[in-house]
Design a protein around this ligand. Structure first.
Ligand code: PMM
Length: 370
């Protein structure tokens, strides 16, 4: 591996005025960063780490070798990139504050809702409509469990699980994503009315997916999972989980661009729980603001995942809502644009409070810097 450079926000500001305007607005959201680490690593090892404010970043970047300076400059610009709304049929999803994506798993074996909606179309639709009423901006429909050790599903069966649900939701005018890593299922879902492709293999599992997505013009979520994309939970074997996931997502973003997918149709996701230990998940969540440096909206999903049980007395999946809210708020604080959750009503209410606090901070001029 050659030498690489990274810019990691290390201090978030209460508001722009609390720092006298010396802040970067992350990803066009309601979150600002005031201090940054400029990190260099060579052959996987961190070789230097310099802390900068907004005022001294230009000089720090100029002092880098040319090849690194260009990359650092791109990240510096991309940290502040704001993102246009995502069109989902007649709906426009604005990305300037966190949106909630409600999870609908039509599977026998997903870890928290497996079996509840398989072969029960009425129950699945009732749940989806309840999530929409509770404020979900998107419904993420999946027909394959991605839990460790889940039984493989034939793609014909996977399509049969999701298509009728998607058709119904599309008729109701909902914004829909298809959670699949198989091109045939994605194609069937898009024809049935899905708008967004959510691929947990970041388009590595099925070589046909990238062309299909490019051709359709649909936005795509590229989620990080280590390994060769057949085993999503393969050991990550990271040198530095934060920088390795950043590199992997950058590589997938560039592959998507090379396949002809428009820049404003690509979302990225660190893949919490996929081939990562508790410590690695926590490190990634703490470093989430750094992913804005890739210049794409961030989707974040930790809802009811194992890491919450691990930190909360081994609470079973159905008792992990409070922990899920805590981590969703942390993602909102990091400027994540889409939160993928099971507990929609609770998350939406938590985000209303979050939004109120953010608005109060940006209009509090007693925080003026000098
Ligand atoms: N997690 C799961 C499934 N799909 N998609 C994205 N983009 N991000 C995730 O974190 C993610 C996903 C597994 O969780 P589930 O069984 O609750 O659906």
């Amino acid at each position: 591996m050659t030498e690489r450079v990274y810019i990691r926000p290390i201090a978030l500001a209460e508001s722009p005025q609390s720092e006298g305007g010396a802040v970067v607005r992350l990803g066009g959201g309601l979150v600002w960063a005031s201090r940054f680490a400029l990190i260099r690593r060579n052959q996987g090892r961190i070789v230097s780490r310099r802390q900068c404010g907004v005022a001294d970043m230009a000089e720090a970047i100029a002092a880098l070798p040319d090849a690194l300076a260009a990359e650092a400059q791109a990240q510096w610009r991309d940290l502040a990139r704001s993102h246009p709304p995502i069109a989902c049929g007649a709906r426009m999803l604005r990305l300037d504050q966190p949106l909630v994506m409600g999870i609908l798993n039509v599977t026998p074996d997903s870890f928290s809702d497996g079996g509840k909606f398989l072969d029960k179309p009425d129950a699945a639709l009732e749940h989806a409509h309840a999530m929409l009423e509770a404020g979900a901006a998107i419904i993420d429909v999946g027909g394959e469990s991605t839990r460790p050790g889940a039984a493989a599903v034939w793609e014909g069966d996977e399509a049969r699980r999701v298509v009728p649900v998607i058709e119904n939701l599309a008729r109701a005018g909902a914004a829909i994503s298809i959670d699949s890593r198989r091109a045939s299922v994605i194609g069937a879902a898009l024809s049935a009315g899905a708008h967004i492709v959510n691929d947990v293999s970041a388009m590595r599992h099925d070589p046909r997916t990238a062309a299909l997505v490019a051709e359709s013009g649909a936005p795509v979520v590229l989620m990080h999972a280590p390994g060769d994309a057949s085993d999503l939970h393969a050991d990550g074997n990271y040198r530095d989980v934060v920088l390795d996931v950043f590199d992997a997502l950058r590589e997938r973003r560039d592959a998507a661009l090379a396949a002809g997918i428009a820049r404003d149709r690509i979302l990225i996701d660190p893949g919490i729980g996929f081939g990562k230990t508790l410590a690695e998940n926590l490190a990634l969540i703490n470093a989430l603001p750094m992913l804005h440096g890739l210049g794409q909206p961030i989707l974040f999903g930790a809802s009811r995942k194992r890491m919450i049980g691990a930190l909360a007395g081994e609470a079973p999946a159905h008792q992990r809502m409070p922990g899920s809210l805590a981590v969703a708020l942390r993602a909102a604080d990091s400027g994540a644009q889409v939160l993928r959750v099971h507990d929609v009503a609770e998350t939406v209410q938590a985000l209303h409070i979050w939004r109120g606090l953010r608005d109060a901070a940006v209009t509090d001029f007693s925080q003026m810097g000098d």
